[in-house]
Design a protein. Structure first.
Length: 123
């Protein structure tokens, strides 16, 4: 089989596979988060969030709403050196991000069904 025919068959199979994937995955919310930071942030965003009284008071004082916390969970970076990722039954994560153009960090408790925002820190 010559090289031209091989490329022709490969191109046909590749195109057929892409078209098949487009029809199968069309309309589905499929994502591939392979890195630990992105995977953990997605898990934290998907659970019900609860705020401690101290965090709620600080949010009132600084005029911060819950959508700002969601922004940190969307675009933040988990600092695994400050986190307690292997603790049982709930794991604790330190997430660095930006809030109103200032460096901000939140401390999060991740349990089975609930995520509790334990602390909100401004630098």
């Amino acid at each position: 089989m010559d090289i031209k025919r091989r490329f022709l068959l490969f191109g046909f199979g590749f195109s057929f596979g892409i078209i098949l994937l487009v029809f199968i995955l069309n309309g589905k919310d499929a994502s591939c988060n392979y890195l630990p930071n992105a995977r953990m942030l997605e898990i934290l965003r998907s659970k019900h969030r609860v705020y401690t009284d101290e965090v709620l008071q600080l949010m009132k004082e600084k005029k911060i709403d819950s959508t700002s916390i969601v922004e940190i969970l969307l675009h933040g970076d988990i600092d695994f050196s400050k986190s307690k990722a292997r603790q049982e039954p709930c794991r604790y994560y330190w997430i660095d991000g930006y809030l109103q153009e200032k460096e901000t960090a939140i401390y999060v408790e991740n349990c089975d069904t609930i995520v509790t925002i334990q602390g909100l820190y401004f630098e």
